[in-house]
Design a protein around this ligand. Structure first.
Ligand SMILES: Cc1ncc(COP(=O)(O)O)c(C=O)c1O
Length: 345
């Protein structure tokens, strides 16, 4: 059975065009920098993000970890959102592998970190204190609703960070969704950042891979640390070929996913038993709760939805996240609304 899979945009399978490009990709040993397809992908990524250089990495988690390991020394502190992926969902890598201490601060409902909170979290020069080295933003902010952060806000955080000799890293796993939703160029959104990680394997539909971008010196060091972590890959042009299609074609179509997320949210607002978050969606994520009068919990509903051929992601016992992507068409949206209606009937 072919499921309608709304659990995440990470479930996207490669497009037919990607499969063809992968089959025909020119390859070489990328650890020797001999893979022309990877070299091209890194050039295109750096150019699109407006940075000097880029590095192809196996996952977003590894990309973020490498960035933190380049920017920070052991014992340094990183200001992160309490609801950020780096803090919550990367297995504590910064502490376990880098000896880096997170300084988690509240995310505002719009996904931002309040400038006053960032400022208040910067440690003073004191022998007792860790050294604050880095601020991390997440754009789009996933748990706050897939909400995009603006170029203006990012500029303010960048100015604040740099004024205090801190670096700014952006977890831009879905930065192209953010750019599409705001109709701004992606390089404008990340201009103040010293480093950015973005994923090819989410809404951009590549099967594997993320990119880390930044200055030449940063990327040279990042390449070294990628090797240290076992992320030096060999004839990986077979995967990079799909990533090039992500950047050249898939980034341009993300507003279709956003429009379908809106259609889905509008439809689900009419379903008795569901309460869609007030402003959802901002991009490709619809967040909703079961209303209080529904006796079943989100896990039971998830199972019933599966019986109707729809996979959804329960966030907790009353809450769902539904994510649209390349493989969700208008018919899938209609079928999902209908499956929820039947499930909650
Ligand atoms: C905001 C954000 N950052 C980073 C990642 C990590 O990406 P990966 O799953 O490729 O390690 C994810 C994955 O879902 C994410 O949502």
């Amino acid at each position: 059975m072919e499921y309608i899979d709304l659990r995440s945009d990470t479930v996207t399978k490669p497009t037919p065009e990607m499969r063809e490009a992968m089959a025909e990709a020119e390859v070489g040993d990328d650890v020797y920098r001999d893979d022309p397809t990877v070299n091209r992908l890194e050039e295109v990524a750096a150019e699109k993000l407006g940075k000097e250089a880029a590095l192809f990495v196996p996952s977003g988690t590894m990309g973020n970890l490498i960035a933190l390991l380049v920017h920070c020394q052991r014992g340094d502190e990183v200001i992160v959102g309490k609801l950020s992926h780096i803090y919550l969902n990367e297995a504590g890598g910064m502490s376990a592998l880098g000896g880096i201490q997170p300084c988690p601060i509240q995310n505002q409902p719009d996904g931002t970190l309040a400038l006053d909170d960032v400022l208040a979290s910067i440690r003073s020069e004191d022998v007792h204190h860790p050294i604050t080295r880095l601020v991390c933003l997440e754009n789009t902010q996933n748990i706050c609703g897939g909400v995009p952060l603006t170029a203006e806000y990012t500029r303010q955080v960048g100015d604040l960070a740099h004024h205090h000799d801190l670096f700014l890293h952006i977890d831009g796993a879905r930065i192209f969704n953010s750019a599409a939703a705001q109709n701004v160029a992606v390089n404008e959104l990340v201009e103040p950042a010293d480093s950015v990680m973005f994923c090819l394997s989410k809404g951009l539909a590549a099967p594997v891979g993320s990119m880390l971008v930044g200055g030449q010196k940063f990327i040279t060091r990042a390449r070294h640390i990628r090797k240290m972590l076992g992320g030096g890959m060999r004839q990986v042009g077979v995967i990079a070929a799909a990533g090039l299609i992500s950047l050249e074609r898939m980034a341009r179509r993300l507003s279709e996913d956003h429009a379908r997320a809106k259609k889905l949210a509008d439809g689900l607002r009419q379903v008795k038993g569901l309460v869609v978050d007030a402003n959802s969606p901002f991009t490709n994520m619809v967040y909703l709760n079961l209303s209080e009068d529904v006796p079943a919990d989100a896990h039971q509903i998830t199972q019933k939805m599966k019986d109707f051929g729809v996979l959804v992601d329960p966030e907790n016992t009353r809450r769902f996240r539904l994510v649209t992507h390349y493989w969700i068409d208008d018919q899938a949206v209609e079928q999902t609304i209908s499956a929820f209606k039947q499930t909650l009937n």
